[in-house]
Design a protein around this ligand. Structure first.
Ligand SMILES: *[C@@H]1O[C@H](CO)[C@@H](O)[C@H](O)[C@H]1NC(C)=O
Ligand SMILES: *[C@@H]1O[C@H](CO)[C@@H](O)[C@H](O)[C@H]1NC(C)=O
Ligand SMILES: *[C@@H]1O[C@H](CO)[C@@H](O)[C@H](O)[C@H]1NC(C)=O
Ligand SMILES: *[C@@H]1O[C@H](CO)[C@@H](O)[C@H](O)[C@H]1NC(C)=O
Ligand SMILES: *[C@@H]1O[C@H](CO)[C@@H](O)[C@H](O)[C@H]1NC(C)=O
Ligand SMILES: *[C@@H]1O[C@H](CO)[C@@H](O)[C@H](O)[C@H]1NC(C)=O
Ligand SMILES: *[C@@H]1O[C@H](CO)[C@@H](O)[C@H](O)[C@H]1NC(C)=O
Ligand SMILES: *[C@@H]1O[C@H](CO)[C@@H](O)[C@H](O)[C@H]1NC(C)=O
Ligand SMILES: *[C@@H]1O[C@H](CO)[C@@H](O)[C@H](O)[C@H]1NC(C)=O
Length: 850
């Protein structure tokens, strides 16, 4: 027995080794990619490795796989990797090889969008800032230094992938690579040089001989051997540049990014599903969610200006790595429905029939063997009943129904039957390491280091007039001090009766704090765009010499646009109003400069650099104190749930845990005047402002601190507060599902949760089954709501309708209590279907898992 087993495992080993090593031949035709001679319909999910941490990667990839995803897609982040010319870094969050291996081990494909310009709301679009200072460099055009460093990096990455045998041609997971990124939008701005550059980039990429095809997105003039692809909210009308190329959608945005001071955008699951279903209805073959997991712009990696530290994106998997429900589940069901159609879609030329002014069906195949149909209602207001194959179908407005056998609807994009949830950030108990056990949420002991306002140490240089901020810091820090002084005659009126002078400031951005004689008098910032801003700040002056110290800062460098690297930042004009002589222009005064703040220079944020300075220990940390560093030594928050740092009572600054960069925090509020919605109408074309929430609220309150950064105790939390806040209100919170819910109508077709995608179970057409599944290692511990009848509302706020089966709760309890997962069919056996005759009934359940 033992021997046979050994032999067997030996054989299995050999076969799997062969399997891994076997080259995959990736080609394409007008219909799809062809992998080893087989056409493929592929669902792809963007997960950017540096926007999470290695400890999260396997879970994220598994959540994608469980969500019906075949391919992981990522950019490569040049400025994270080539930190100085020829100096490369692939550790920690930048361990690209480790990330690809995790995808490979999950038996998924990978699309590697090398760029290396990527935009991506990433600092400087991913291009290293040092390259801007290589003499004569202009980014993204026919420019020798840029092309030299771009080719160099591209070759470095391709060789690294080849060495690991990561290209499909070598048996690895990479099936496509991308060069450049959305250049088509800007090519014209660079004239003939732009065209030459695009063509050079394509040829340079192809000459890398990866053995897999190259793509360029939003690039309408690719050569015949590079596939151009679509990025948009909808790509059903997209046509590749050449007839022998498949229709590929590299970026479907299932949400949108946030900027500090703006609202919280959401894209409804129904509309995302509609766009994807339409794409496959109209011959699409490879679809990628940008983002599937958005994650976090740790440290100063966010692009800008003003992109938030959170890059949640309202993606199917949230910033913290939890499935966003019902979006994740609804798309999982969509993917299953599409996969049931794969064979028919790939092997038939569709027939399109009009079923009404805004209704159409695309039929792939005939009869019912190997036949699939997609029926769309593009009407953005009204539901429609259409007749197809002598059968009538009810189609909600702005929806697609999928019929994998041309007869039965298994999925409609507007009917969301999958699980939903209430997710909350729950304040966690906190213990200062080394103190006696307490059940408090507040940090009980802080150490404090306060910086002086203005030049610390020796000045870096003086200059008559203003220097450009970015040219000066070269983005080694956000901060640049601009200081000057001003003599005020003792006869000036503004000194006599307490009246104030005013600082009139114009700046290219991005934000600033104005100190006069070391006292903070005001702060200002741009409006979330690269536009310059103006501000007026009342100031108190004294007789004699007054020190004006302006702490200016960048909040993420521009990441896209023609010539974006030349935008610049910093002060352009400073005047004082209120003196007898009239406006005093200080713009041409002699200014003294200092790059960065002192704590950065001292390395106060480093886990090991903390003891070089005299931190002051205090039980009551000072409030509203600008330019202050706070440090606390803490135990890890209890539990395994993801952790967020609540910074809503702080001003603006940076945070670290154990020397790892959490990122910029800034509870900047969005304007109340902007439009927000209580309930989003999914119908009609989506745009980023359509379904926003959070008007008048801080754009970002919680900052993700990955669990893997914590030790059980002795964690060092460091905060640099620029303008003043209340550190006694800093909290850790854990992200938990406080409820899970399902709400399903009796005529809603459903899939069994675990049925294989290829399994054409004839029953899925008639069964309506409510399914609930708890987060890992929890069980349903109680029911908050259960009603079969006409319940209304959403998860967390269901209400009973006029029609209600009083037996619902006992039935659901019987089936679900103490279960990790349960399903209840809306059958006669389970429910009294005679209840309220003639009314379509539904079952709504809200449960608690613990
Ligand atoms: C790859 O497949 C294409 C057709 O799909 C074929 O023409 C080509 O010879 C194959 N290449 C290799 C290396 O097998
Ligand atoms: C770049 O050019 C300037 C002026 O032309 C020169 O002073 C400087 O040394 C050059 N820098 C490098 C790195 O070549
Ligand atoms: C179905 O399609 C096949 C090939 O595509 C064709 O030979 C056959 O005649 C078609 N049958 C009907 C009923 O249209
Ligand atoms: C629809 O019904 C008509 C009349 O009953 C019949 O002739 C026709 O074949 C049917 N069409 C389909 C697609 O079943
Ligand atoms: C301050 O005094 C000056 C003249 O002495 C007067 O013009 C001005 O209005 C006063 N301002 C206030 C706020 O009282
Ligand atoms: C930002 O400010 C600029 C200049 O004042 C203005 O043109 C632009 O419309 C503003 N943008 C937003 C989003 O408010
Ligand atoms: C930055 O400095 C370069 C010269 O090194 C200059 O060409 C460029 O205009 C400066 N940028 C800004 C925004 O001032
Ligand atoms: C500042 O100096 C520049 C260059 O010397 C000059 O063009 C500008 O007019 C001056 N501005 C003021 C307000 O004096
Ligand atoms: C509830 O269950 C009881 C016993 O199973 C049954 O007699 C009764 O009719 C049910 N009530 C409704 C409204 O279905």
């Amino acid at each position: 027995m033992k021997k046979t087993n050994d032999l067997l495992s030996c054989l299995i080993f050999i076969f799997s080794a062969l399997y891994v090593a076997a080259a995959n031949n990736v080609t394409y035709d007008s219909r799809s990619l062809i992998i080893n001679g087989q056409r493929k319909l592929l669902i792809s999910a963007a997960i950017h490795y540096p926007r999470s941490v290695p400890a999260m990667w396997p879970g994220l990839v598994q959540t994608a796989k469980e969500g019906g995803v075949d391919v992981i897609e990522t950019y490569v982040f040049w400025n994270g990797h080539e930190t100085a010319p020829g100096q490369f870094y692939f550790g920690g969050r930048y361990d690209l090889v480790k990330f690809v291996k995790i995808v490979q081990e999950a038996k998924m494909y990978l699309i590697l969008r090398i760029g290396p310009f990527v935009a991506a709301e990433w600092n400087y679009g991913g291009v290293p800032v040092w390259l801007h200072y290589v003499n004569g460099t202009v980014f993204r055009t026919d420019n020798e230094p840029f092309k030299h460093y771009m080719q160099n990096f591209m070759t470095y990455i391709v060789n690294m992938m080849k060495k690991e045998k990561f290209f499909a041609s070598q048996g690895g997971p990479i099936i496509l690579s991308q060069v450049e990124n959305e250049y088509g939008f800007y090519e014209g701005a660079y004239g003939d040089a732009g065209k030459a550059y695009a063509s050079w980039a394509a040829n340079m990429a192809v000459s890398q001989n990866t053995g897999v095809p190259w793509i360029m997105c939003q690039q309408w003039d690719t050569p015949k051997y590079v596939i151009n692809t679509c990025n948009s909210f909808y790509c059903d009308d997209f046509k590749p540049s050449y007839p022998d190329m498949p229709k590929i959608w590299t970026e479907n945005w299932p949400g949108w990014f946030k900027t500090f001071g703006s609202r919280d955008p959401h894209r409804p699951a129904e509309d995302v599903a509609f766009s994807v279903a339409r794409f496959f209805q109209k011959g699409g073959s490879l679809h990628n969610y940008y983002m599937y997991h958005g994650g976090t712009n740790f440290g100063r990696t966010s692009g800008g200006p003003f992109i938030t530290t959170s890059y949640d994106y309202d993606a199917p998997v949230d910033e913290y790595g939890l499935p966003r429900l019902p979006k994740w589940g609804h798309l999982k069901e969509l993917h299953k429905a599409i996969k049931l159609c794969e064979n028919a879609l790939l092997n038939n030329v569709p027939t399109t029939l009009s079923l009404g002014p805004l209704q159409e069906v695309d039929i792939y195949g005939n009869g019912s063997e190997n036949c699939a149909a997609f029926i769309a209602n593009m009407d953005d207001k009204d539901d429609k009943i259409v007749i197809f194959h002598n059968q009538s179908f009810h189609l909600p407005a702005w929806s697609v129904s999928i019929l994998p056998d041309c007869k039965n609807v298994v999925f409609n994009s507007a009917k969301v039957g999958s699980q939903s949830s209430v997710v909350e950030m729950v304040t966690a108990e906190l213990k200062s390491s080394g103190t006696s056990p307490d059940k408090d949420v507040k940090v009980s002991k802080w150490e404090v280091f306060v910086e002086r306002a203005g030049i610390w140490g020796d000045a870096d240089f003086t200059h008559k007039g203003f220097v450009d901020h970015i040219n000066t810091t070269k983005d080694t820090t956000d901060y640049l001090w601009y200081t000057t002084s001003l003599n005020v005659d003792e006869n000036e009126d503004i000194l006599k009766n307490g009246s104030k002078a005013r600082l009139l400031i114009e700046s290219k951005g991005h934000a600033l704090h104005a100190f006069v004689n070391e006292v903070l008098h005001g702060s200002a910032a741009g409006n979330g765009t690269v536009s310059p801003f103006k501000t007026q700040i009342p100031i108190s002056l004294k007789a004699g010499k007054n020190e004006i110290a302006l702490l200016c800062m960048t909040v993420g460098l521009s990441n896209a646009g023609a010539f974006y690297e030349w935008v610049g930042a910093g002060l352009t004009s400073v005047k004082i109003e209120g003196l007898k002589k009239g406006k005093l222009d200080l713009s041409n005064s002699t200014w003294t400069y200092k790059v960065g703040v002192q704590g950065e220079h001292l390395g106060l944020y480093k886990a090991d650099g903390l003891n070089h300075v005299n931190w002051k220990s205090t039980l009551e940390a000072p409030k509203n104190q600008p330019l202050t560093w706070y440090k606390a030594i803490l135990d890890s928050p209890p539990g395994n749930e993801p952790v967020g740092l609540d910074m809503v009572h702080m001003g603006k600054g940076l945070a670290w845990l154990n020397g790892e960069e959490i990122g910029r925090y800034w509870p900047r509020k969005s304007s109340k005047k902007e439009e927000c919605v209580d309930k989003c109408d999914y119908r009609g074309k989506f745009s980023p402002n359509k379904c926003s929430t959070g008007c008048g609220e801080p754009t970002q309150r919680w900052y993700h601190v990955p669990r893997s950064w914590f030790k059980p105790s002795g964690n060092i939390l460091v905060i640099f507060e620029e303008k003043g806040g209340d550190p006694s209100q800093i909290r850790f919170a854990t992200r938990i599902f406080s409820s899970i819910c399902a709400h399903l109508s009796e005529n809603h077709p459903t899939f069994e949760i675990e049925s294989a995608p290829k399994d054409k179970d004839a029953n899925h057409k008639t069964k309506s089954t409510v399914q609930l599944k708890c987060p890992p290692s929890t069980r349903i511990s109680s029911l908050k709501f259960a009603s079969f009848g006409t319940p209304a509302g959403t998860c967390g706020s269901f209400t009973m309708g006029n029609c209600h089966d009083p037996n619902t709760t006992s039935l659901v309890e019987q089936v679900c209590l103490n279960k990790f997962r349960c399903s209840i069919e809306l059958s006669d056996k389970n429910f009294n279907k005679d209840l309220c005759p003639g009314v379509t009934k539904s079952l709504a359940v809200e449960a608690v898992c613990s």
